[in-house]
Write a protein that binds this ligand. Sequence first.
Ligand code: ADP
Ligand code: MG
Ligand code: MG
Length: 917
Amino acid sequence: MANKYVYFFGGDDTEGKTEMKEILGGKGANLAEMSRIKLPVPPGFTISAEVCDHYYKNGEQYPENVWEQVDENLKKLENVMNRKFGDPEKPLLVSVRSGAAVSMPGMMDTVLNLGLNPESVKALAQKTGNERFAWDAYRRFINMFGDVVMGVPHEEFEKAIQAKKDERGVKLDTELTAEDLKDLAETYMKIYREHTGEEFPTDPKEQLRKAVNAVVRSWNTPRAVKYRELNDIEGLLGTAVNVQVMVFGNMGYNCGTGVAFTRDPASGENKFYGEFLMNAQGEDVVAGIRTPEPIHNLKKEMPENYEQLLEIREKLEQHYTDMQDVEFTIQDGKLWMLQTRTGKRTIFAALLIAVEMVEEGLIDDKEALLRVPAEQLNQLFAPILDAEDRRKAHDDGEVIATGLPASPGGATGTLVFNAEHAEEYTAKAKAEAEKLPKRERAAFLEEQGSLILCRIETTPEDIGGMAVAKGILTARGGMTSHAAVVARGMGVPCVAGAGELDIDYDKKTLAARGRTFKEGDRISIDGFTGEVFGRPITVKPSEILQVLNGEMSPNDSLLFRQYEKFMGWADNVRKLGVRTNADTPRDTEVAVKFGAEGIGLCRTEHMFFEGDRIVAFREMILAENEESRRKALDKILPLQRDDFEGIFRALKGRPATIRTLDPPLHEFLPHDDAGQKQVAKQLGVDVEVVRNKVKSLSESNPMLGHRGCRLGISYPEITEMQARAIMEAAVIVKKDELEVKPELMIPLVGNVKELALQKEVVIRAFEDVLAANGLTKEDIPYLVGTMIEIPRACLTADEVAEEAEFFSFGTNDLTQMGCGFSRDDAGTFLPEYVRLGIYQKDPFQVLDQEGIGKLVDMACELGRKTNPNLKIGICGEHGGEPKSVKFCHRAGLNYVSCSPYRVPVARLAAAQAVLES
Ligand code: ADP
Ligand code: MG
Ligand code: MG
């Protein structure tokens, strides 16, 4: 038997179903599914994506007997409808719609009203008793077919219709008469002839073949290829082609068309949400020619159809157990469903819908966990525009443009057009704030120091200005433009590609919708929706943060309550522990609120920069011998002890992994003349001494130089001081009857002997402090372990594990040293590498599982062989990136550690890892 390429849908004859998305495409599979569950769907058939696949694999040839199968299905359609293709009395009209397994703008547009020709247009007029409608349908068809199938520029048709309107002295398309439209159809034909060099096909079968062919060919247009590339869409067969009987929403005032979501896609609220237009055809709603009405107004206009839609809404949600996005059309009071798919939604809606659907019994909590994208979860914590204030601005017509919601969050601020200005403004505002009484500073800075940086597009030179801005707005560029990517990385709200904005750098103005704004004016942007407002709107911290910080009661925040419930499910499921990277008590507190179960990385070097400490630390560096070094270290010890005490208290008994000094010493000395002079003066030495020290510490490759445990081995007294400070702090906290679990971590170990030497120093200091306080390891259970960040440590992990009580993968350095390029220098070629697919993702953002992942796997296996109790974690930035977290779960790690704001992301990703395996 020949391969089956065409699948019918409509009533009991339906052959496809949702599960056949891969070959029928999303649109086709769901049209079939809706027919199966007896929703009113105009019948039709779907040409499988396998045809598209075959076409490109065989030198642009269609498989044998596709067209026979199309003809058979066409006949069936004619029988069901009791109409005939091209019939002069009862013509069958269809739409031709593209549709791959993944929804994909950039592919071919839909052709409506196919099957019309000079004969059937008359029949249509007669049958409907509406001559104007028939000619309007015809001229639209010529336009769409010409534009979409044959590439005739759409403007040509636009010009012609404008000329007609001018000639008739009217403004609107709807004011043209049947006679006008008939004329126009003829003009359109002429345009078609001029551009294609052929006659407009009158044979509907020829029209159909050409349209199908155009859909198949649209799969490989540069636009479509680019879209797939940008959105990581791979492994699809191609596009399917849907041929469907036409229904008309534009035959009069008992007709209409609309789009709707079964729940609110922005807030997630369980209410029907959508828009419709009376007397209009499909595309009109989206095209924005007329302003559509909210869906609940349909209740007044066509109560029966509205009721029916509500029933369908219920049925669809029960059937698909997810929020749906639908298209419908009403012809002569009869409702038809034209599309359904899983609705896109904001993270707020994703969370709310998932939790409520569990409560409604539609899905279970595990399914709910899989429905919320972990990589977007931290958008929940972005600042938001105050809802009330925002609505008012909306109602007052203050929306001056809509761009892409490129980076979430709301921002209000002073308009600036230049990144340098932004930096100057900020510096000036800060200086002025200093002059004010302390309690007024914050408010002043909030008002004067908040900037919206507005650019046509941004470039790497704008980074400084972007970093100080509260929000970023661009007129050009997409979701992956420089502005969008950088803003998301920085966590700054961004609206990108707001094409309506007319920006003039010279005049420093921005014009939109008839209004002009100057530098210094205040505007607002909403990075969740892409809207730009022409006035300031109150910005509030995210609701969840307000509750976590005790500024709002959980009773007042549904979002918070649902978030808590949801995260509770994640915690029940996950196997991986989640810790945080935190260097201060403040960060630690935040992270604990976000659910951190301890600190996975506390970097001590930051502590040396605060206040006067740097002076003592520099004294230590400049010391000529151990004795004077110890004297300087004695000054630092109590300061470090205070820091650790604060952190232990904030942790309330949770473990803390603290790393000993890691960066090379030269980073602590100034490299400029003035700075060196100042240090010399502070320390009472000759400036030559400082200069020489800087020279002697300089390295040609600091990343591979005198740093990490190498410092501790050269100067064991530094490690000793840090170990003492940690244990002394632990003792103080312990004496307050609080639990403490210090874990000291030696960085940059490549050879077990390095670890052994440092461990000896640490344990001696620990035991010394404990003994002096009459305590033992029983009272303060401590661990000594190492970072695994040098490939040699992975290769010899069995030996290293004999000395280490835990491993923590430092995947930043491990990636640098494993791949052989440094993160700081990779910017010149890495983006190109990613574009070429040499690396699929930036390995500093997403763990390179094939390469660096193998080192991780190997180290885990070797380490646990000699030390079965070995605790293993990761503290590189990858610890908060969902794909990498899932890898860590599979690799059998005990925990991941990430920045405070990413803790919830890691908790969810860890749960998903369990559910996906
Ligand atoms: P897109 O993927 O761009 O939404 P569609 O194929 O869904 O393209 O169609 C574009 C518009 O045409 C939609 O509004 C749709 O409802 C309408 N449409 C498509 N097929 C038909 C049809 N057979 N009858 C009436 N309207 C249709
Ligand atoms: Mg479209
Ligand atoms: Mg559609």
